[in-house]
Design a protein around this ligand. Structure first.
Ligand code: NAD
Length: 317
């Protein structure tokens, strides 16, 4: 397997965590920031955090040793990116700062070094304007806290080369995280879904339907409880798309537009594809695997409940 030389530019909260996980995967990582002094300070912070994670049993026992061996603070962005084959930008979410940083990275890096941005919300196509050879540029969106959230959204823009995406997939896979490819569209997938849920939750509070505390309880203990195991399409397929269709009709009695039946749902139901019970839906799970799926689901939910009981409630209230 290739050992990658990686630069993380912007070594704050996200950049520090990203540097930790990349270093633990065996990559050589240089971190850069506004100045050498800040990069050094951030290096000390990420080592101290890693020590705490080891003490808490969250990182392997030899993690600090491995991170020390693989991560170093650089004097400048230029020094960090020279000789790097992958560069992850994690500077603040302001397009001017990102453009300026991407220009400096492009000017100093090897012309074929792959460049990723950890942007949460800015269109990758807009950031690409500041990158020379933009076919080597894409969104590589780690979530917070980067050391522990196992998914990374990959967002190629219109001209990103397939080979660049494949290399990033390999780099992220080496960290033990999972990737999914997403088109360059406002909010990408993660934030568009997260904010859609938050939007509806705030409407419920503002309408006086339930308190924030009760809404959080319902999300945690009912449909949100399924989410570590299944996404919305697996859940819909298992619930039955015909059932979803009836529920939409009911929601439409109050909000005809907001809860209009999705075209894709209507098409599947019209074609007799009701989800797992009919052997076809959004995800084509063969009907003969349904018992296996149900058994897995039940086992997963019991295991998650046991884990939650062991952890106890979050110290929020
Ligand atoms: N914090 C989150 O929950 C989260 C989650 C996912 C993605 N992100 C994204 O990650 C990126 C970084 O966010 P963060 O929370 O780590 O911010 P942060 O403020 O903790 O870190 C940003 C770092 O960039 C440095 N920096 C600022 N200007 C710079 C420059 N010109 N050159 C080099 N370094 C510079 C800062 O000194 C700081 O260390 C943002 O795009 C953000 O949207 C954040």
């Amino acid at each position: 397997m290739t050992t990658h030389t990686i630069a993380v530019v912007g070594s704050g909260y996200m950049g520090g965590g990203i540097a930790q996980v990349l270093a633990l995967s065996g990559a050589t990582v240089r971190i850069a920031d506004i100045s050498e002094e800040i990069a050094r300070k951030n290096y000390d912070r990420l080592i101290a955090e890693a020590e705490q994670f080891v003490a808490d049993g969250l990182f392997p026992a030899d993690a600090v040793e491995r991170i020390r061996a693989n991560v170093s603070p650089a004097a400048s962005i230029e020094e960090a990116v020279t000789g790097a084959d992958f560069i992850e930008e994690a500077v603040p979410e302001k397009i001017e700062i990102k453009h300026e940083t991407l220009r400096r990275i492009s000017a100093a890096a090897s012309p074929d070094a792959i460049i990723g941005s950890n942007t949460s919300t800015i269109l990758i196509g807009s950031l690409a304007e500041a990158v020379t050879n933009p076919e080597r540029f894409l969104g590589v969106h780690f979530s917070n806290p980067a050391p522990f959230i196992p998914g990374v959204e990959l967002i190629p823009h219109e001209t990103t080369a397939d080979a660049a995406i494949a290399t990033v997939e390999e780099i992220v896979a080496a960290t033990g995280k999972e990737t999914a490819r997403v088109k360059d569209a406002t909010g990408f997938v993660l934030n568009r879904l997260q904010y859609a849920l938050f939007h509806e939750a705030t409407q419920l509070v503002e309408e006086g339907v339930a308190t924030p505390e009760d809404i959080d309880t319902i999300v945690r203990t009912t449909f949100g409880f399924r989410l570590p195991v299944f996404g919305p399409f697996a859940i819909a397929d298992m619930a039955g798309l015909d059932v979803y269709s009836f529920c939409y009709a009911s929601l439409q009695t109050r909000w005809p537009e907001r809860f209009a039946t999705p075209d894709s749902l209507k098409e599947l139901v019209d074609a007799g594809k009701f989800g797992t019970k009919s052997g076809a839906g959004y995800l084509d799970v063969p009907a003969d695997r349904t018992p296996e799926l149900i058994a897995y689901r039940n086992k997963a939910y019991v295991a998650i409940k046991q884990l939650m009981d062991e952890l106890g409630p979050a110290p929020i209230n």
